[in-house]
Design a protein around this ligand. Structure first.
Ligand code: UDP
Length: 454
């Protein structure tokens, strides 16, 4: 916060009251709650327990606070040494609630801790009274369903991942969880609005989850001041110029498709692969990293693959900028922040033609799309880009333009803020649940104006 020099402050204080200019009416900040049970917005990202959801919630919270809201982001406390409250500048904080044992629990086993989370949240709600709650992922959505039975608030939800789509991937079928499927449908039918982050997700929600409920398309975004082309990145990272550089960024998880990328590299005669992402030998991402290291050795690629480990989000721009191509070989990807981060850095992207990647990556314009789990098609796509560096550069430049036009986080946060205001307006006018109908009329705009002037 800006502070006045002492002399200025004194001069201000000595003005006779009668002559003091009337102070502008500063409206009280509207408190809102973001709930992200398993994705701690204050945690370092890039390993099993922290990925795109953490980034999304934190960016959203900070941007909304900057736009005038008071934002509390609730998550589950997993480490006794972690602070209960983390301030992210003024009016935005992460609040860690105790729910179940204070230790890391994989999300597949978190369901039993949720009733405690609901009770802990209610204690905060009693003090603050949040008129709007935005839940993230189905576990937090279940919390939203429970809170809704007792409390009145406007409720938004972002899925981040849809069970019904994920279970279509062969390797995920054994993990099918019917509770999750039922809760995902309940959320769509009961929330005031759910956010689809891509047209593909919107279509899945309608065709596979429920025909009821209100959906708004607001994509994920990225921070253009963090991700931009850095021409000297290779020199700073001390990467020699001769070899084409292929980059993977993300968690070690089977559905991320690293296995396919390693198999593809074996079919491409030149090129170094950098794998960026953290893992813990005690957890499932550690086991997956071990498996991938074994594959690298089995293909005889030991001298062409480097495991960089986890890189701080703020430092990733240099890796994207240094790369000739960023590969996102996922078998299932609801949105895929990595693709737009690479594009923002002017790097062409080769991605699997799944989920939101089909929305962000425009084939032959900002990169290439290939069928998932197809190492030969992926190898051919990588080879095309390596063989035509000028064309690859043009794809990269187009990617940067596309992200600036469609996925700039500042613009996305404004869209979300406008939706929040519309929900408030609808509830003030007793029209909660009428968002879809309203979206087609001029009424939303006039209600928005009404709320802005109130
Ligand atoms: N990430 C990071 N450091 C790493 C690896 C990944 O900051 O070492 C970040 C990456 O920048 C991206 C996020 O983790 O913002 C991954 O999000 P994405 O949507 O691509 O995948 P998810 O983890 O949600 O499946």
């Amino acid at each position: 916060m800006q502070s006045f020099p002492a002399s200025t402050r004194k001069a201000k204080n000595t003005l006779p009251r009668a002559f003091a200019a009337p102070q502008p009416q500063i409206p009280a900040r509207q408190p809102i709650a973001l709930i992200s049970v398993h994705g701690d917005p204050a945690a370092a990202v890039g390993h099993e327990s922290a990925g795109g959801q953490n980034i999304y919630v934190r960016q959203l919270g900070e941007a909304l606070a900057a736009a005038g809201w008071h934002v509390d982001m609730f998550t589950r406390k997993v480490n006794p040494e972690d602070a209960d409250v983390v301030e992210h500048g003024s009016h935005c904080r992460t609040i860690r609630l105790e729910a179940g044992p204070v230790t890391y629990i994989p999300r597949e086993h978190l369901f039993d801790t949720l009733p405690d989370f609901v009770e802990a949240f209610k204690r905060y709600h009693t003090k603050v009274g949040y008129p709007l709650v935005h839940t993230n992922y189905w576990l937090s959505g279940w919390v939203g369903c429970q809170l809704r039975q007792e409390l009145h608030f406007q409720w938004l939800h972002t899925y981040h991942s849809l069970g019904v789509v994920k279970y279509q991937v062969a390797s995920e079928q054994a993990n099918r969880d019917d509770t999750r499927l039922r809760v995902e449908a309940d959320i769509l039918e009961q929330a005031d609005c759910v956010i689809a982050t891509s047209p593909q997700e919107e279509a899945y929600l309608r065709s596979l989850v429920s025909r009821l409920g209100h959906i708004r398309l607001i994509p994920c975004g990225t921070d253009l001041s963090l991700f931009y082309p850095q021409p000297d990145a290779r020199r700073r990272l001390q990467i020699p110029h001769q070899e084409p550089l292929i980059l993977y960024v993300g968690r070690f998880d089977r559905r991320k498709g690293l296995e396919t990328l390693v198999a593809a590299l074996a079919q491409v005669p030149r090129g170094q692969l950098l794998i960026v992402g953290g893992s813990d030998p005690q957890r499932s991402d550690g086991a997956e990293r071990c498996r991938i290291e074994g594959l690298v050795q089995a293909y005889g690629l030991g001298d062409r693959v480097t495991f960089v480990g986890q890189v701080a989000h703020e430092d990733l721009g240099a890796y994207y900028s240094a790369a000739d191509v960023c590969v996102v070989p996922s078998y299932y990807e609801p949105f895929g922040l990595v693709a737009i981060e690479a594009m923002a850095c002017g790097t062409p992207v080769i991605a699997s033609a799944v989920g939101g990647l089909q929305f962000t990556v425009v084939p032959e314009e900002t990169g290439l799309l290939v069928p998932p789990e197809d190492a030969t098609a992926l190898a051919a796509a990588i080879q095309r880009l390596i063989d035509a560096p000028q064309w690859a550069q043009m794809l990269g430049a187009n990617g940067r333009e596309r992200v600036a036009a469609q996925f700039d986080w500042q613009a996305i946060a404004l869209q979300m803020g406008a939706l929040y205001r519309q929900l408030f307006a609808a509830s003030l006018m007793g029209m909660s649940g009428c968002l879809t109908a309203l979206a087609n009329t001029d009424m939303l705009a006039s209600m928005d104006a009404l709320l802005n002037n109130s």
